[in-house]
Write a protein that binds this ligand. Sequence first.
Ligand code: AMP
Length: 551
Amino acid sequence: MEFAAFAARADEIEATAADLETVALVRDLFSVAEDDLDTVARFVQGRVFPAHESTTLDVGPTLCYEAIARAAGHNVSAADVESRVATVGDVGDVAADYDFGGQQGLGTFGAGGGAEGLTVGAVESELRDLAAAAGAGSQDRKLDLLFGLFNRCEPPEARYLARIVLSEMRIGVGEGTVRDAITEAFEVPVEAVERALQVTNDYGLVATVARADGESGLDDLHLEVGRPVQAMLAQAGTVTDAVEDWPSVAVETKYDGARVQVHYDGDAVSLFSRNMEDVTDPLPEVVGFVEDALGVPAILDGEVVAVDDTGEPLPFQEVLRRFRRKHDVAKAQEKVEVQLWAFDCLHADGEDLLDAPLTARHDRLSELLDSRVSTLTVTDDPDEIADVEAEALDAGHEGIMLKLPNSTYSPGRRGKEWRKRKPDVETLDLVVTGAEWGEGRRAEFLGTFELSVRAGPDAFETIGNVATGITDEELAELTDLLAPKIRAEDGKDVTIEPSVVFEVGYEEIQTSPTYSSGYALRFPRYLGVRDDKDPESADTRARVERLADGE
Ligand code: AMP
């Protein structure tokens, strides 16, 4: 396809505001894209390479302005171009405003130029050459190639070349538009296109397969080891909602690191970041671990965390530093060690698992790896969830993830099937006014603690009980602290003189007839003793009322 024809259609698409019309125009563009369909499907989104490829152009505005200036003639400088972009606000419009035509014929770079004009394929192939330029003199080579391309552009072509090069297409074509246009152009079901895009992460490939082989061709597309797919994402959520929405909840540690997709082809390991950048080289210890641990080809999803000498997790910024590291990896590794924690398995030994339930994928993961696999607890008991959270926090991790146990893996989707538990925004400082002796192993210790708010001088009203988030060691300490203050006992229940203040986390406050304050906490968790506070400075019923009203 002629690049000029592509540019003319892109102009039309840009001029259209209505979504349906945009889809129809992109559909028509695909119908006439001929051999360049795969490239056209990307260019129309302002992408040069498929998202799963780690290739990048590495052309910044400065180099692009320089190339435009050179093509525009002797009396135009890169600074002129830059200032016009600042005024006009769009590099494409600025490029289209210069007259590159005078220099036509002078460009001797690459194929596809000259009287016949540029083709989409030629632009793509020269941009690939440009991306491949590396090492000494690479900036000059990039500049030469880009100048050569601009030099052969008519104004509309220059507009889109500049925009594509700087990833600023801005013609209102998103991923959904391309998906719908492929569906319409080649009369295939949208679900088949959607699924094919998820497993290949390649709009060009999906478009060409849809055109050549229709629905059955799309169905034959599978995950490929070495070709990263988008990561499934999470929404923020609460334990209270998860327990209400789902019959049971799969809960696991939320690691505080950086997402990584592990691809092992039976021989070599590749690692990809959440943006699908290749991060294999900066993470040799993860590569080594995977090579040793995996026996069959697989694609795993996980988190890489930084750890100190004792194996304690470090803040995630430390991991990012390692991800970005291009040189002296060994030196960086000495300073900060990283570890993989795997929590999902997308493919194992020739079998795609995206459509398998989470629990089955996790079982497969545990068969493949015998360490560094997240522990998945499936439960409907909020107390058990709180215990998992307390353990995760105790081990220095960020918190917990809540997942729907039978959910499939949807690449790129930020749905309700995965929820990261929201951190507590406000905590409450509450007075301990009672407790219960524990049972069995914990019979020696006070267990469930009754919590109260301040309702006036020396007056306290109950708001709930807290039993979760407390380690055995803390239980022993709390028993030592509170047992001397027991005022009365009734079976296992004890009344405690108001003197100790707990800091308590919770997800929600609701009105409740159960407690004398008229309020109850949902998912209350013990966070610690406020040694610095006495009951007179604990939180009041009035504050709880305000928090409950969302003020
Ligand atoms: P956030 O970055 O706050 O949106 O939280 C979602 C991120 O948490 C994911 O993209 C992962 O990188 C990370 N994460 C850590 N542990 C897990 C886990 N067990 N399951 C899923 N994602 C996790």
